[in-house]
Design a protein. Structure first.
Ligand code: KG4
Ligand code: ZN
Length: 334
């Protein structure tokens, strides 16, 4: 069975085909990042317009030699995300489903991220813990079984990727800042600045990153000559502070839940420094940590097609618009 997945929740127009026997057999992604970089962040109206103008070409690229009528069902991201951007993907998905007379399945984007490593590692079995860290979300989720998710902790303010982006801006690095901070940090001393690790020892699994970001801001404001080596020291010290919080929160989660498999997903999961520190935690407390393939850490349609392939379409999905900006993982059935 072939599921066509469509993702337009933010600034990537992506389409992929998941074949239940062969896995991903076609995919194409168009990133709008260069367009938004000029503004230092995603501009919602520009994102919607760009999805409109690129989506047909992205579909053609994803299909390659697969005829359109070989698709059995369509899965699309219906939330959470930018509403205007989601509506483009939804209308496109509805049109295709109507024309081909095949089922249509709305998918939660966060569920796509949670499940993404299972495409590559079918040995992963639920229950497991997922640390989902992206530009818009930072949460620790207990994945009990498909569709049954508890949010154990989340950021009270900035998402982890957002904190990377804001600190990058303070250091005059381009948007999105995560990969630039990671690269610059390689040249720096991670012990040069002792930035705060908010909520590190709190009783909850929640996190807070805005205080850390503000501390970086005050540090930068006090420096008259922000040269390359000072920037590198700040990048490395910031990255270490964030990583310390993530590692401590996952260690606490494992202690409290006794789960022994952890998935780290979302754009920030691409960070190699963070991966190294979780490798150390793996050895220290005897857990197994999985990541999606690098190309599936950020937003993509493969994860949407994959989750769609596990779902049973409902007749109701054809008729209603289910696009929504907010759709928490613990409200999936609603
Ligand atoms: O999952 P994603 O592509 O989009 C959503 O936010 O849904 O995540 C993008 C975020 C950005 O904030 C970006 O700076 C961050 O992930 N990111 C990174 C790295 N690569 C991307 N953060 C830290 N290190 C990286 N290597
Ligand atoms: Zn995402």
């Amino acid at each position: 069975m072939k599921t066509l997945g469509i993702e337009t929740s933010c600034d990537e127009t992506a389409i992929a085909i998941y074949d239940s026997e062969k896995g991903i057999v076609g995919e194409s992604i168009y990133s709008q990042i260069n367009m938004h970089a000029e503004y230092g962040g995603v501009v919602p109206e520009l994102a919607s317009r760009d999805h409109c103008s690129k989506i047909v070409k992205v579909l053609k690229n994803a299909l390659g030699d697969h005829p359109l009528d070989s698709i059995d069902q369509i899965a699309y991201t219906s939330g959470p995300g930018l509403l205007g951007a989601l509506l483009i993907g939804e209308s496109f998905a509805q049109g295709l489903s109507e024309a081909l007379d095949i089922p249509l399945i709305p998918i939660n984007h966060l569920e796509g991220h949670l499940m993404s490593p299972m495409m590559e590692f079918p040995e992963i079995k639920m229950p497991f813990i997922c640390l989902l860290v992206s530009g818009g979300h930072s949460m620790i989720v207990d994945v009990k079984e498909k569709g049954d998710y508890s949010i154990l902790g989340q950021s009270q303010d900035d998402a982890v990727g957002e904190a990377f982006d804001k600190v990058a801006k303070l250091l005059d690095l381009p948007y999105p800042g995560g990969p630039h901070i990671e690269k610059l940090a390689l040249e720096g001393d991670e012990n040069a600045y002792d930035f705060p690790r908010p909520m590190l020892h709190s009783d909850t699994l929640d996190m807070s990153l805005s205080g850390l970001k503000t501390s970086v801001l005050y540090t930068v404001q006090k420096i008259s000559n922000l040269d390359q080596s000072t920037k590198a020291n700040i990048a490395a010290s910031f990255q270490k502070a964030v990583t310390d919080v993530l590692v401590a929160k996952i260690q606490k989660t494992v202690n409290e839940t006794n789960r022994n498999e952890v998935i780290i997903a979302g754009g920030v999961a691409a960070n190699k420094y963070i991966r190294t520190k979780f490798k150390d935690l793996e050895a220290k407390i005897g857990i197994k940590v999985y990541y999606p393939d690098l190309k599936y850490c950020g937003d993509n349609a493969a994860m949407i097609a994959f989750v769609g392939s596990m779902m049973k379409p409902s007749k109701q999905d054809y008729k209603i618009s289910s696009a929504r900006a907010r759709w928490p993982l613990n409200e999936l059935g609603k």
